[in-house]
Design a protein around this ligand. Structure first.
Ligand SMILES: O=C(O)CCC(=O)C(=O)O
Ligand SMILES: [Fe+2]
Length: 330
């Protein structure tokens, strides 16, 4: 496993600018990052960000399919203890929700899911007692296997952002880009056929009860600018596929693990992964449950006008789930 990830360094002026902007937003809306008027204000603030900040928010531009934004600093005492679960996080470290939304808005349009974390635009990813074994961000004891975020849904994010609040045991996020794997043309052709569905993950209990027929979707395909993937083996009934498909799928899995990078985020770093190119996961760890646990904030972003997905996705029902966009189309 390789560790190198491209780094984009925010200069001190950009950091100060982001902090001032976030402070103005929070002053206007109290300490809550879920105030109804807040998103409109974020849109205005993001539109006024300097060229230097915007430059660091440009699209992913290497085959790694990701970058780490560095330069922001977390006041460890100021953010308070790591919440015991997303459900009790409330306004914990709300200024970071705002910073993340500002950056997300500079990159595209943040989305929220009604069925996940109460429709919040910024999720808290913390280990949660009783959920150690799940395939969700709340787990710890198990390897969170490499996945496309919200792979079950045609409206899934183009970009996933993970902002580190604390990570005292250096627990790595894993990331593997389809642009770095070696697959034969035969495997590529095989995996681009819509053979298997991807079912809603355990973060979407309501969608899991949806009555409609699960649509079959391709695993990889060639988009205008290169190979693209939609991959979530933990929620894919691979046993239903013919042997040749299963074999190709396993070769893809092997290649993704060969090219996988371990990115251990430090407080203040923001990992941005292109969700069309990169599958991400997390190594297993032992949770502390004492207020000092690993704590990430997560935002999901759509990039307007991006044409990376098969047209057939437009016909999918998305298991009755709808994503809410933070900002109305310009
Ligand atoms: O904990 C991590 O590093 C990643 C968790 C994850 O898959 C996510 O937040 O979407
Ligand atoms: Fe994820």
């Amino acid at each position: 496993m390789s560790t190198a990830a491209p780094v984009r360094q925010l200069d001190p002026a950009s950091v100060a600018e982001l902090r001032r902007s976030a402070a103005r937003v929070l002053d206007a809306f109290g300490s809550s990052a879920t105030h109804p008027g807040l998103l409109a204000r974020i849109a205005r603030e993001a539109a006024a960000l300097s060229p230097a900040v915007r430059h660091q928010c440009r699209p992913v531009d290497t085959a790694h399919g990701l970058f780490v934004l560095r330069g922001l600093e977390v006041d460890d005492a100021g953010i308070g203890p790591t919440p015991a679960s997303w459900a009790v996080a409330g306004d914990a470290a709300a200024e970071w929700d705002v910073v993340l939304l500002l950056l997300a808005t500079a990159m595209g349009n943040p989305i929220a899911w009604e069925g996940q974390q109460e429709g919040r635009f910024v999720h808290n990813i913390v280990p949660t007692a009783g959920r150690e074994q799940e395939q969700t961000g709340a787990s710890s004891d198990v390897l969170l296997s490499p996945h496309t975020e919200d792979a079950f849904h045609p409206g899934r994010a183009h970009l996933l952002m993970l902002c580190c609040m604390r990570n005292p045991d250096d627990i790595a996020t894993t990331a593997a880009s389809v642009r770095e794997v070696r697959l034969t043309d035969e495997d590529m052709d095989c995996l681009s056929r819509p053979v298997l569905p991807i079912l809603p993950d355990d973060a979407y209990v309501e969608a899991q009860g949806f009555a409609g027929e699960p649509p079959k979707v391709p695993t990889v395909w060639r988009s205008e600018d290169g190979p693209t993937l939609r991959f979530d083996p933990a929620y894919t009934p691979l046993g239903e596929a013919p042997a040749a498909y299963r074999a190709a799928y396993h070769r893809l899995e092997g290649e993704l693990s060969r090219v996988s990078r371990a990115v251990s985020l430090r407080p203040g770093e923001v990992l941005v992964v292109d969700n069309d190119l990169v599958v991400h996961g997390r190594v297993p760890f032992t949770a502390r449950y004492d207020g000092t646990d690993r704590w990430l904030k997560r935002a999901s972003v759509r990039v307007p006008g991006r044409r990376s997905r098969p047209e057939a996705e437009a016909l999918e029902h998305g298991y009755g789930q709808a994503a809410l966009e933070a900002h109305a189309a310009a």
